[in-house]
Every structure is written in structure tokens, then in C-alpha cells.
Design a protein around this ligand. Structure first.
Ligand code: ZN
Length: 348
């Protein structure tokens, strides 16, 4: 008996040693991918001290103005808009946004997610300045504009797609497929091109958390994000990529894209898929918020005037389009939708 116990003990010890050595073989390969030195952002460690906020935004706007001149955009980007910010980036730029109106129907607009796509940046700032002068557009409505989501990618010698930590913010959202698909998609579909790196893990960037914070706080009925240079409008949200007959609610949500197109010289509408970690996936696919990606035709900084004239009516239409969304109050329940009241439907 004693012999048997001893043999058992030896066997268990051997198993333990083997399993430990198997783990110790895995760890170095994980470390070699860079897990060890990577820090992650939380909202808390990027908070701007309230005392510094005013100065911080003023200095930032000044820097932006200087940077705008490099591209011969002779305008004051921030203008007289009342900007807000809670967080700053690793390069100490405040993540500014502004809120117009206090009605229920809410539209959220993002610009400058990929700053090497230059044209959306002045268009988004102009739109904020335009709204400040035209309150009639958002009477009984609410509009949130975050014109430059990735300031660190813009305020540098050569604007980049990624942020200052080398991460593509439109691949960094924590979508359900992120862990299964994101890094594989990057390696196999993008040849591990550093311009498309989704991060070592999702929601690792303050600029991603900033966008999520605005979605969570304002619960928008629709989102518009401006990019370039693919030259189309893409829709993600209820009714997207469905082969079956759409419900009336899905049809109405999806029609937002066509409604914007109509007001933008019948700009092309496409039905593209979304990516692991993208805003279209996070907000449109998973949270069922109609999400429009407006892809301007080029990134040529000389085209801003032309694009402004073409897309201003479409952006205003995005605000006016009467589709509202009711979030479920129960946790872990999919969002529910209801078409707007019959009265507002007349405005379509
Ligand atoms: Zn882009």
C-alpha cells in the first residue's frame, strides 16, 4: 500500500511538472507578440482636470488652426462653438465634442477617425460651426458632433490612419467577433499592414472609449461617421444585408442612407459588410443603431469646398430624418425599435 501511494505521488508530481512546462512553453510566444509591455486605457486615467479644461481646449483649437493652414484651409476650426471634453489623448489633446438642442430625436456625428483621410476633418468642424448658427435645424432634436476623434493622428508631421499608439480605431471596438476574428482578419486580409492594426485587445484606446461613451450617454437614434476616399454611403443597422423581406421598421431605418443620398446629388449607396471591431459592427450591427458611413470621394484637401456644398444638405437630412430608437431598459436585452410618431413621419 505504501508503495502504491508513493508511486501515485510520483505520477502526480510528474504530471504537474509536465503541465507546468507546457505552459512555460506557451508564455514566451505570447510575450513575443507584445502582450507584456502593452498598457490599456481606461476613462479614468485620461480624465482632464476641470481646472485645466478651458485652457486645454483653447490651446488645442489654436494648434488645430495652425495645422489647418498647412492644408490651406483658411478657417478657424473651432469657431464660436461651445466645446466640451472630458478626456485627453496620450498626446494630451482633448477629445472635444459639442451638443446642440435638447429634443429627443438624437443624431451623433463623428469625423476624423482616420486623419490621413483629410477631407472629413474640416467638413465635420464646418458642420459644427454651421449648426451653431442655424438652431432651426435641431429644433426639438439633439445633435452631438465629435469632429476629430483621432487628434493625435492629425496633429503630427504626416497625418496617419492610426492613433499615436499605432492602432486603427475603427477596428478596436469590442464587438462580439473581436477575439475570434480581428487579429486573423488583420493578418490574412490586410497582410499584417500596420495601418490596420486593431490593437492587442478591444477597447484598448481612449479614442474608442470616447466614442462608446458618447453612444452610451446620448443613446443616439442614428450615427453618421465621415471617412474618405471610397466614394459611397454605406449603411449598417436594422435590416442591413437581410435577404428576407424587411419589416417596416427595418425599411425605415435602412432608408436613412437613401434619404441622405437623395440630398447629396444622388450619391452612390452600397451594401458593404462590416469589420470585426468597427463602429458599423459595434453600433449598427450589435446595438441596432442605424449607422451611416459617408465615404467622401478623395482625401484631397483642395476638395473640401466642393464636398461641403454637395454633402451639407445630406448631413442636415441625417438630423431631420425621423427614425427613433427606444432602448430596452432591461439589461442584456436587444434594443427595441419603434418608428416615429405619424406626425413626424410626414417630414420624411
Ligand atoms: Zn476611414
Amino acid at each position: 500500500m505504501k508503495k502504491m501511494t508513493k508511486a501515485c505521488f510520483k505520477y502526480i508530481t510528474l504530471l504537474l511538472i509536465l503541465s507546468c512546462s507546457a505552459h512555460s512553453q506557451e508564455i514566451p510566444s505570447i510575450l513575443s507578440e507584445g502582450f507584456s509591455p502593452i498598457s490599456y486605457s481606461t476613462n479614468q486615467n485620461h480624465l482632464i482636470k476641470p481646472k485645466k479644461l478651458k485652457n486645454n481646449i483653447e490651446n488645442y483649437c489654436e494648434r488645430l488652426g495652425v495645422h489647418f493652414k498647412k492644408f490651406k484651409w483658411n478657417e478657424d476650426p473651432c469657431g464660436k462653438v461651445k466645446w466640451k471634453a472630458e478626456y485627453s489623448t496620450p498626446s494630451a489633446h482633448p477629445l472635444i465634442y459639442t451638443v446642440f438642442g435638447n429634443g429627443k430625436l438624437t443624431t451623433l456625428l463623428f469625423g476624423g477617425v482616420h486623419p490621413d483621410e483629410l477631407t472629413p476633418i474640416p467638413i465635420a468642424f464646418r458642420f459644427a460651426r454651421y449648426l451653431a448658427k442655424h438652431p432651426e435645424i435641431y429644433a426639438n432634436k439633439k445633435v452631438i458632433v465629435a469632429p476629430l476623434v483621432n487628434p493625435d493622428g492629425f496633429i503630427r508631421n504626416y497625418p496617419s490612419r492610426v492613433n499615436s499608439r499605432g492602432i486603427d480605431l475603427n477596428r478596436n471596438f469590442f464587438t462580439l467577433d473581436w477575439y475570434a476574428k480581428s487579429l486573423a482578419w488583420w493578418r490574412h486580409r490586410k497582410g499584417a499592414n500596420s495601418r490596420h492594426f486593431p490593437g492587442y485587445f478591444p477597447n484598448s484606446e481612449i479614442e474608442t472609449l470616447f466614442q462608446i461613451q458618447l453612444v452610451d450617454q446620448y443613446r443616439p437614434d442614428k450615427i453618421l461617421s465621415i471617412h474618405a476616399p471610397l466614394g459611397f454611403i454605406d449603411y449598417d443597422g436594422p435590416g442591413d444585408r437581410k435577404k428576407r423581406t424587411l419589416s417596416s421598421v427595418e425599411r425605415k431605418a435602412k432608408n436613412l442612407a437613401h434619404s441622405i443620398s437623395k440630398k447629396s446629388s444622388n450619391y452612390k449607396v452600397v451594401d458593404y459588410s462590416f469589420y470585426p471591431g468597427s463602429l458599423g459592427n459595434f453600433a449598427g450591427n450589435e446595438r441596432k443603431i442605424p449607422t451611416i458611413t459617408l465615404e467622401l470621394r478623395t482625401t484631397n484637401p483642395k476638395k473640401v469646398e466642393e464636398y461641403w456644398n454637395q454633402f451639407l444638405p445630406g448631413m442636415v437630412q441625417a438630423i431631420k430624418y425621423p427614425f427613433s430608437k427606444t432602448f430596452s431598459t432591461r439589461k442584456n436585452q436587444p434594443s427595441e425599435f419603434r418608428p416615429n410618431s405619424p406626425n413626424s413621419r410626414k417630414n420624411m
